[in-house]
Each structure stands twice: as C-alpha cells, then as structure tokens.
Design a protein around this ligand. Sequence first.
Ligand code: NAD
Length: 493
Amino acid sequence: MVRLESLPDTGTVQNYVDGRWQTPSGNNGQDVVNPATSESLAHVAFSSPSEVDDAVEAASEAFEDWSTRPVEERIQPLFELKQLLEDHQEELAELLVQEHGKTHGEAMGEIRRGIENVEVACGIPSMMQGGTLLNAAPAIDESAIRKPLGVFAAITPFNFPAMIPLWFLPYAVATGNSFVLKPSEQDPLVAQRIFELIDQAGFPDGVLQLVNGSVDTVDALLEHDDIEGISFVGSTPVARQIYEKAAANGKRVQAQGGAKNHIIVTETADLDFAAQKTVGSAFACAGERCLANDVVVVEASVYDEFVDKVVAISESQVVGNGLDEETDIGALITPEHEQSVRNYIEAGISEGAELLLDGRDVSVDGYENGNFLGPTLFGDVTTDMVITQEEVFGPVLALMPVADVDEAIDVLNQSDFGNAASLFTGSGADARKFRHQTDIGNLGVNAGTAAPMAFFHFGGRKDSFFGDLHAQGEDMIHFYTDKTIYIERWPDA
Ligand code: NAD
C-alpha cells in the first residue's frame, strides 16, 4: 500500500471537492496495481453522478469570485504550485513509477514537462489580452475582450498521469475558470499527490476539484448543464465518442485520440544517429506514448544497414522495474494490455512480417509477476498489415523498405492517424517535401520524437484529434475564454 497524507488507512483514493478530501461512495471500483510487481497500491472507488454534481456545484460557486479576481492574484498560487512541484519532483516520480511502470528517468521528464505548463500559464496576464482598435469607425473605438466562461473538466489517460492533467489545469484557472479533473482510474495516485500540493498552493476552495471514476463518472460530466467545456485525452474510439456526446450537450470540446506514428529514414541520413533516436522513440515508456514512432519507412538502398543498427541497439535495451537505475524499458500498465500487445506480435507473425527480435520471452529477475515485454522488431512489413495500421502501444517496432521519399510520404498519408512523424535526412529538399506533403500534427526533422514545448500546442490530425483547439499553450487560452466585442462611442470627445 502506498502512503499519502490524504490517503486514509483503507487505501481508498480520495476526491478533492471544495477544498476537502472525500472518499467516493461509488459501488464500483478497482485496485491500483504496481505493474512491475502486481502489488496492490490502493483502491479507487468510482464517483457517482451526485458526487460529480457536488464537485461541479462547488466549482460553479467558486467561479463567481475567482473570475473577478485580478489576474496577478490568480497566478500567485500557480507560482507556488510550480515551486511545490519542483520541490517534490523526486517523490512524485517515485510514486508515478510505482503505479505506472515507466522508468524513473521517464517519470522525472514527464513531471518536468508538466511543470513547464504551469510556468507558461503564469504568463496569462500577457497571453490573455484581447485587442483594441482606435477609430474602428467614426468616433468609435472597438475592443475584443477575453472572458472566462465557468467550469471546465478534463478526462485524462493512464500513460502520462502527471503531465497530461497539467496540459489543462493551469490554463483553466489562470484564465479565471474553475476546473474538475477526472484522472485515469488505472494510475490516479500521482494526481492525488499533485492535488495535495494544490491544497498547499493557496487556491481558494472550489477552484480546483479532483473526481475519481470511470465511464459513469465521465458521462455525468458530459451531461452536466453547468460544465462549459471538456478536454479529453485517450484512445481514438473514446475520443470520438466524447467529442460527439459533449458537442451534443452544447459544450466546447477538444478530444485527443490515439496514434500510429512513422519515421522516414533516407539514404542521406546519419544512420547511427537515426537508429539511436528510432529505438528511443519506439521503446521509451515501453511504447506507451501517443508520440511513439513505431513504423520506420527506410529507403531501400540503406534498409539492410539501418536494420542491423536498430537490431543491435534494441538488443542492448534492459527490461525491468522502472525504479532500477539500469532499466530502459519498464512494465506495461496491466496484464490485459500486455496480452493485447502479445496479440499484435502474433498478428505480425501470422501476416508474414519477419520477426527480427522477439521480446516475448523476457523475464525479469525478482519481478516474475510484472507485465514485461522485451523490445520486439519486425522487418519487411507492408501497409496492409495490422501492425502497421493499428496502435499497438507497446515495445514493438516495424521496419519497411520503400523506393524513395515520395513512396515513404505516401505510406504516412495512408494512415488513419495523424499525430506525429519524424524524418531523418541530410537533404533540405526531402525535409521540405515532408513538411508540405504530410497531414500530421507534430513533425520532427532529425528528431526522434516531435514533442512540442508547453508554449506550443499539442495535437494531431485525422483520427488522432477531434476538435479545433489543442492542448497546451495559446490554444488553451482560446479554449478557456470567449471574446466579447466592446464598442465605445463618445461623440462629444
Ligand atoms: P482510454 O481511452 O482507455 O481512457 C482515457 C480516459 O477515458 C480515462 O480517464 C478513462 O477513465 C476514460 N474512459 C475510458 N473509456 C471510456 C468510455 N467508454 N466512456 C467515457 N470515458 C471513458 O485511454 P488510455 O488507455 O487511458 O490511454 C491510452 C490512449 O491515449 C492511447 O490511445 C494513446 O495514444 C492516447 N493518448 C493520446 C494523446 C494525444 O495527445 N493524442 C496523449 C496521450 C495518450
């Protein structure tokens, strides 16, 4: 069992509503389990619709006062929160590894990325300004004024349980809204610990709420009349459903979905560098990343040489408990998810891909009950295979030879998804084609993972995103505010 100040002896994950910790009363729930050891860390009970009502009511009441506070005052608790997160980064990372399974280094990086969003939101006094035009018409000055809207909610996935809530929360409250977070039920403890820090940071009661739960809790949020907008991050089928339901209920909605990302390697690339970055991109966080590039499309002239390099680096990856320093690839979130990844490996074999490295027989000394899979590589894959079309979300990388960059770009554009892609090349002309001819939200040239900094938006295209305004940065200011037009005429002036 994990120890948190706000976690009672029963080990039941807490809600945070109107500045107080509460045990959700829901009949349904599940254990929070360490994926490396299968040890139970806590229990999460799912909040009922009436508990969602309580949270939204507290948020609505807090909004009345919070939205009128001077913006300088609204960002002071965010400065506090930034410092608290910095001071507790190590402890947060340890908790995150225990409930998620990723490595300690990956957890530290995730928290850093989350903190960067708090930092960006501290710039709201500049970022939230509207615009004014003097003499827009005879004797008329005209302005567009950004106003907060009310209560917003975010529903977040298991794979970045610390960072993804922070794509939304700091911007929501800095702009003057109040906020409800529904974290993943698979690893909700780091969100609870972040809310302990939020409790110390000086936000007025009711500005920030934490509500634990699953599908019914989400439905109650989607149907609630007093919620203005919903942010969602998770798998594509759920993202599509959330987008449709929230829109049908008259809400603003941004829904980020799943992915299938590609790397292109051309014959002019630095192959050693590209191989190193390819392995990092595919296997970081055991492949459980929406930005993981897990199909590599390689110009035929360098295909064999590149494959040999990728195999050699992949073979050196150490699988283990994320808390052990030497671990490169941690545990997968659940035994069910591990089985789903194994099924994809079976599918790759039965569809005729060449199994270059088989991670299925990995065993980790001392952690025989963990959900581990070693790096798995397929060669000579084709676009009609399940492993090149569907999101695997595990340490499985597929390599495909193509004639040239034009064919490689065709392969990328055939995908239903459009979250991210990378190109390794020494040619500016190839880079330009890649930039102009792909329909993908995050592009990297000679970069393994096109992860945007917090002051840029984070979002994909096609089945990877439903909505218009993405997470992070300036898009969040637009999502969390509406512009009122203000026209002034003083004929005697
Ligand atoms: P998920 O869709 O299973 O769950 C996400 C959230 O939705 C959780 O809070 C969960 O409780 C809730 N949920 C699940 N099923 C629901 C339903 N039927 N109705 C209402 N709510 C429901 O996703 P996950 O497995 O937690 O996360 C992994 C997925 O998230 C992957 O597909 C990954 O690519 C995607 N992801 C996308 C991005 C991005 O920016 N595009 C970022 C991170 C993760």
